[in-house]
Structure formats: C-alpha cells, structure tokens
Design a binder for this molecule. Structure first.
Ligand SMILES: Nc1nc2c(ncn2[C@@H]2O[C@H](COP(=O)(O)OP(=O)(O)O)[C@@H](O)[C@H]2O)c(=O)[nH]1
Ligand SMILES: [Mg+2]
Length: 329
C-alpha cells in the first residue's frame, strides 16, 4: 500500500515549511528520486536503515523503499465551511488520505503573526483553541457532505462508501521552538491535550535548515538540539503505529525492497502486497528475521544456523521479516 497523509492546520503554523522539509528529507534519506506530483503533493521514500544494510549484503542493483505521499492542504481557516479564506474545497484532497497530520503552532515568534492576529500569550491555551477551530471545520465539512447526500431524491449506494474526514486517524504535529524541543513539561501538557491521538514535536525551522544535509549530518545536527529523530522519521513512526502498519522486506541481487502491510497480516496477504498472483497461488514463505541476517552477515550463515524457516498460510507476519515467497500460478 502507498501510505497517504494529508497535512492540515491554520495558516502560518508551518505546514508548507514542514511539507518541504519532509519531502526533502525523504529524497536525501534514501537517495531516491521523490516525485512532486503537484506543488503540494510529494511522494517520499520511508527512511529504512535495514534496506541500506541488505543492499550491501546482497550487492543489490536496485533499492526500493516503501513510500509515503504527503499532501499540503491549504485554506483552512475559521469559517472555511462558510467560504472564509479559500473555503473548504481543498478538503476533498484528504478524503483519500489514510491519516491526517494536524500541524499546530506551539512556537513563539513576534514576526510571524497568528492566523487570528492575536498576540501570543499562552501557548497551551492558544494551541487548544487552534485545534478546536480546525476540528470544527472538519466536522462542518462532514455535515455538509451528509446534508448533500440526504438531499438527493434517489439514494445512491456509492454514498455509503464516502469516507468522512472526522473518521480519519489524526496525528498531531506540534511545531515548537528550540526551547520547546526539550521542554518535557510543555510536551506532556500538549500530549494530554490530544490524547489518545499521538503527538509528535518538531521544529519546522530546524528541519528546513537541514535541507541539503546528508543523513549522518542531520543526525548530528539534531543531536546538538537534544533531538533523536527528524520530522519525517517521527511522523512515519507515529503513522505506522496509529494505523497499525508494519513492513517486511524482500532482498536479492536484483532488488531490495520494503513493503507496507497491516500488523497481523498473514503470509498470503503479505505476498499479495507484491502481486495478487502471489497471494492466489501462495505455497509457502521462506522467512528469516532481519536482525539475524544482520548479526550473521549472510543468508547462507542464517541457513546454517537453522534460522531460515519455511512458513505456511497461517503464518502471522512480523515487522522486519525478510521473505521469499513460493507460489504457483
Ligand atoms: N520562528 C519560526 N517560524 C516558523 C516556524 N515554522 C514556520 N515558520 C515561519 O512561519 C511562516 C509561515 O510558515 P508556512 O510554512 O508558510 O505556514 P503555513 O501557512 O502553515 O503553510 C514562514 O515565514 C515560516 O518561515 C518555526 O518553527 N519557527
Ligand atoms: Mg502553506
């Protein structure tokens, strides 16, 4: 599956800055050309150290990471449903998204005015007000959709399949300033504000400054601010866990590749992520765990250690499984 995430939030919270940083980070992380389909849509490879390791081990010709598509959705302001600002027509773009990344301003800057033009006073209270505005607009957009459906003279069965915005899982991305990055008290209060939804904390300005840096440089740079992972890594981790996703790997001379599947998926379903024929004609899966492969250094060594398994139709896939499927079509 190609994970798709829509970025929403009030104006001037840092959405576009983050969108640019996320797409840039992905391009660098995997040294893989990302596609900007439209100025506000970008496909980003999921950074995965395991793939780099496998690529070396198998002297691979081609590395294919899993991908995430980001959509930067502009135009949401208070009253968007009544046509304020650009209105809410851009929300159509998030109907197809698996999750929403809701960017919330939690930095202080005299230069960058808040959407409501109010002076910055209380980060926590203003973050809550901002979140409520966006969530209300999402709710109103859904009500508008429901009203349109109800107004139809003849019921349309396809309407039952319309995805509502308020049903989408939300990950809150708080755009904090440098102090906020390590302010545990502020972070736990912001977390509590949105629980049980997941919260991640990033500094869009720093993320922007890292454009052009290698992965190692990015790590070092972030560490100097007390940060472990960049915004892309944080967001993807939160999205995988919120959506109950995991990845498995395929490895060989021709190609090393990461695939995204649901947690709890059985082997045939995982095979189906590669090709529907693989699922239909599934016979078995040769499976070992990435950590064994990494520790022992080669597929041969894993086999000799008795750690290569043959699994059948009822095998429950695990994150980091390195798999070769046997199938018959
Ligand atoms: N001080 C500060 N400014 C930021 C930060 N993130 C974004 N900005 C600035 O805020 C302004 C609006 O950012 P933008 O990404 O365009 O916001 P959008 O309207 O949500 O897309 C720009 O001038 C950014 O440089 C941040 O973390 N700290
Ligand atoms: Mg913008």
């Amino acid at each position: 599956m190609n994970l798709k995430i829509g970025i929403v939030g009030l104006p001037n919270v840092g959405k576009s800055t983050l969108f640019n940083a996320l797409t840039n980070a992905g391009a660098l992380a995997a040294n893989y050309p990302f596609a900007t389909i439209e100025p506000n849509v970008g496909i980003v490879p999921v950074p995965d150290d395991r793939l780099d390791c496998l690529a070396k081990m198998y002297d691979t010709d081609k590395v294919v990471p899993a991908t995430v598509e980001f959509v930067d959705i502009a135009g949401l302001v208070a009253g968007a449903s009544k046509g304020e600002g650009l209105g809410n027509k851009f929300l159509a773009h998030i109907r197809e998204c698996h999750a929403i990344c809701h960017v919330v301003r939690a930095f202080k800057s005299g230069d960058i005015v808040r959407a409501d033009n109010l002076p910055e006073s209380d980060i926590l209270k203003q973050a809550k007000d901002d979140i409520d505005i966006i969530n209300l607009e999402l709710q109103l957009a859904d009500e508008e959709t429901k009203a349109k459906i109800a107004a139809k003279r003849k019921p349309d069965p396809a309407d039952a399949l319309i995805p509502f915005l308020t049903d989408k899982p939300v990950i809150y991305m708080f755009n904090v300033d440098e102090a906020g990055l390590t302010d545990q008290s502020l972070q736990s209060q912001l977390k509590a504000l949105v629980a049980p939804a997941q919260a991640v904390f990033v500094n869009a300005k720093l993320e922007e400054e890292m454009s052009g840096m290698s992965r190692a440089e990015r790590r070092e740079f972030l560490e100097s601010y007390g940060v472990q992972e960049d915004a892309l890594g944080e967001l993807i981790r939160a999205a995988y866990s919120t959506l109950g996703l995991q990845s498995f790997l395929t490895a060989g001379k021709k190609e090393c590749r990461a695939w995204t599947i649901k947690q709890g998926a059985l082997a045939p379903e995982a095979a189906g992520a590669i090709h529907s024929d693989f699922e239909r004609g599934f016979i078995s899966a040769q499976v070992c765990n990435f950590s064994d492969l990494q520790r022992l250094g080669s597929e041969k060594a894993v086999k000799e250690a008795g750690l290569m398994r043959t699994e059948g139709k009822t095998y429950v896939m695990r994150d980091g499984d390195v798999v070769e499927f046997r199938f018959n079509v």
